[in-house]
Design a protein around this ligand. Sequence first.
Ligand code: SF4
Length: 474
Amino acid sequence: MSTFFIEQFGCRATQADGAAIERQLRERGLSLAGESAVADVVVLNTCTVTAAADTQARDAIRKIHAANPAARIIVTGCYAQRAPEELAALPGVCFVVGNSHKPQIPALLHSIASASPQFLRRAPFGGAEPPPPARSAQTAASVFPAPILTGDIFGVSDVLVAPVLGGEGNHTRPTLKIQDGCNSRCSFCVIPFVRGKSRSLPPLTVLSEIQRLADSGFREIVLSGINLGTYGRDLSPRVEFLELLRCILDETSVERLRISSIEPLDVTQDLIRLFAASDRIAPHFHVPLQSASDRILAAMHRWYRAEHYARRVELIQEHLPHAAIGADVIAGFPGETDADHAATLAFIESRPFTYLHVFSYSQRPGTRAAAMPDRLPGGVIKRRARELRALAARKSAEFRRSQIGRSLRVLTLRRDPAGDPSLTPALSGNYLTVCLPLALPPNQFFEAKVSHVEEQQLFAIPAEARTLLLSGVA
Ligand code: SF4
């Protein structure tokens, strides 16, 4: 039987797409190879959020082709949607399939894989012998979407929005993607061009998928989307995200639900109250900030100002003082002055952020920011990103220390096979990875008291530790 391997890049939503493709391929009887070097077909599921993500994907394609010249490489995901010709020109690539055509991959792959081995060996692209003929745009165009960087969001109805397992290479906590696409137009962001308009999974499907996952033994489920707060606005009748969360709590038995990311203005008082009122929703808010300079927020076409964001953080702190609060921040947006950067640092410094994802500004073709003047030198962008990361590290360390002596409900994760076998990592509701000094199975909840920090690692002792040791579970 022919084998496949999926190489993943990018955000949780992209990883969830990759997991959906994997599931569909297995259902069609294809088998998963242990690594790309031995697979007949390699699917690269790409990201294009930064230029660095593009480089990473191109490097991966070259490496896969060098290590396994007979592999037929299919490139999909956001980069494939944005710049198909660029990817089709790389060695070993036999198909480039945009996000809009992702649902066709299983059929495409099945037909490739079910062809005779001879056909595979003599395939026009990707084979070491005979030498590949010149790649024709016609061949690739059979799965390319129409050109999309025209300023308009393309309309597609067949883009993959599938309930899937996935995320973090650790299937203890499955990700369920319930929404795809975005109707906003932040000036730096290429995502609406490569993922289309906002589409939501119907609520009944969400509920049944969550219950299916809970029945399969999963105890924490992560809800993800590209712009999760807009969930349900495309449905008829319209459904509010808050309403969906209430239904999930009322009608499913999921033990812990986590929200992957939500835009500031969707963090309403009612949402925070719901989080605070339920011990089944992880007290974890990942709220993109991008900048705390109002001038830069306006240039980014973000629809809030620093004071609005600050109010959300205050509300979270008021209701959930130990919640995780994380943010995405962009360093070096065009025209960002030292004063703008200082305003962002000061804003973060004085608020209870527990972690940051810092991105160096990267020009994305077709976006409005790409045409803006006053681009900053690379050195300035790097320095600002470094300063933001240093601040983030300090805030994270402060938060970890503040948890010493507290009891956290933690979910055990898979142990690193190469790590210390007497230690088990576990994740708290407020998104802290703690180390439990016991060998424990994954996917178990424990109440654990945080004891100390050692080399930036938080340690915690499960209340049941003595019982577990005596009963021989550990
Ligand atoms: S909200 Fe803005 S940054 Fe987020 S996906 Fe939409 S356009 Fe991009």
